[in-house]
Design a protein around this ligand. Structure first.
Ligand code: EPU
Length: 415
């Protein structure tokens, strides 16, 4: 199995181009199932998760071509509506095929994703919403079986915000009969991006990006071209890499507004950040200051930045607290950071991070995508060599990570 080796201590400098957003590309590709014509999707990152979804879509009978960063997708003939365990278990986000299949075909059988390294992650809110729209839901032999002769509009009030839940309901509602209103909807930029693609396909949606989304069902959708938004989590990860290593860098092809809460926290920590419309410039200070963060749904501080931010606080001046509000088990990186010399204590949903003067390289194990990214950041500043195993997690979400980091001056390679 592959490992990543980092020889730490080199400041990163230069320009890094950000890829398309994984968490936008996945639901958008699934939404391609809703149309009978061809969609050309651009700015698609070449990631393991994208490859997994392509396999799933092909399994349904869709024709998918992936060239450079472009996907041509045609789901004219859907011949199968089952998403098998073998694929779903490698990628929880597979659940976003449920809404489109149910809306277009009136049925779907999708393996339940099960828990993962960051929490139990049930999909009860998705299922309750489909039921309210007239679907019959059965859970049998590890699979969700959803059927509906014709979905109808409904008023959905999510108990708590769910990103893929909002996306799934939106995708089901576009072909349902009548009007669906989603209250307490997720406001993530990826939800808005999906809505924009659906609108290009002929859907009638208003309010995406706010907490109330209204969808007026239509008879059919046609394929449409769309370019997915930049990956805000990848962007923020590189911003923290520049800052932590005391380097100076430019992060390009981004929408700075999408990670404004991170930028604000980084500035509070004494990091110099300037922005243009599509770029940010980061200058790492002599010493980063400790600041507290609490994760919240968008536009709050994203849980997908929590682990990387903790790596940064691990070498900051002073003590910070980091509260994780979204997932119940998203501190798996802490144990690995301790092995590198960090001083972190966990108290329930809170991590108390006491900055240390330096981290030291060690063999560590990646447990999920963002935890892996945090260990990369820790490795970049650590003295000596860090060896990160289980790097397939990184390949799920960071396009050509070693190449991008090497071009910025990091000593990083894969064995
Ligand atoms: N939840 C439920 N029931 C549900 C749905 C969610 O209890 O039916 C809980 C979850 O267990 C979690 C919380 O609600 O505790 C929020 O979950 P949400 O549904 O919003 O998360 P998600 O849609 O499964 C997406 C991203 C995650 C990101 C979260 C939060 C995709 C494909 N995934 O997951 O991204 O952390 O939103 O912003 O969009 C990642 O990229 O590394 C990643 C994990």
């Amino acid at each position: 199995m592959d490992k990543i080796i980092i020889q730490g201590g080199k400041p990163l400098n230069g320009i890094v181009k950000i890829s398309g957003a994984k968490n936008s590309a996945l639901p958008i590709m699934a939404a391609g199932l809703l149309a009978e014509g061809t969609s050309v999707l651009k700015n698609i990152p070449d990631l393991l998760d994208i490859r997994t979804l392509i396999k799933l879509l092909e399994g349904f009978g869709a024709k998918v071509q992936f060239n450079q960063d472009q996907i041509t997708l045609n789901a004219h003939h859907i011949t199968n509506t089952e998403a098998p365990y073998e694929l779903v278990k490698t990628m929880r986000a597979s659940v976003v095929v449920l809404g489109p299949l149910l809306a277009r075909m009136g049925k779907a059988r999708v393996s339940l994703p099960g828990g993962c390294a960051i929490g139990a992650r049930p999909i009860d809110r998705h299922l309750k919403a489909f039921e309210a729209m007239g679907a019959e839901i059965k859970v049998e032999a590890g699979y969700v079986e959803a059927t509906a002769k014709k979905l109808h509009g409904a008023t959905i009030i999510f108990d708590d915000i769910t990103v893929t839940g909002t996306e799934n309901v939106m995708m089901a509602a576009v072909l349902a009969e009548g009007t669906t209103i989603i209250h307490n909807a997720a406001r993530e930029p990826e939800v808005t991006d999906l809505a924009e693609y659906l609108i290009k396909m002929g859907a009638q949606i208003t309010g995406a990006g706010t907490d109330t989304i209204t969808i007026q069902g239509v008879e059919r959708l046609q394929g449409a071209p769309h370019s997915v938004i930049p990956d805000r989590i990848e962007a923020g990860t590189y911003m923290m890499a520049f800052a932590m290593t005391g380097g100076t860098g430019q992060v390009t092809h981004v929408v700075p507004e999408h990670f404004a809460s991170l930028t604000a926290k980084m500035r509070e920590a004494g990091i110099e950040i300037t922005e243009s419309e599509t770029e940010v410039f980061v200058k790492g200070p002599q010493k980063i200051k400790s600041v507290d963060v609490v994760t919240h749904p968008y536009p709050g501080f994203a849980t997908d930045f929590q682990a990387q931010f903790m790596a940064m606080m691990a070498i900051a001046d002073g003590t910070s607290t980091i509260s994780e509000n979204i997932f119940e088990n998203r501190f798996m990186h802490v144990g690995e950071m301790l092995r590198m010399g960090a001083d972190i204590r966990i108290e329930g949903k809170l991590a108390v991070v006491k900055g240390v003067s330096h981290l030291s390289g060690a063999p560590v194990m990646a447990t999920d995508l963002r935890a892996s990214a945090s260990l990369i950041l820790a490795g970049l500043v650590a003295e000596g060599e860090t060896e990160i195993s289980r790097v397939y997690h990184l390949d799920r979400g960071y396009e050509v990570l070693e190449k991008k980091l090497s071009q910025l001056g990091a000593q990083i390679w894969r064995v």
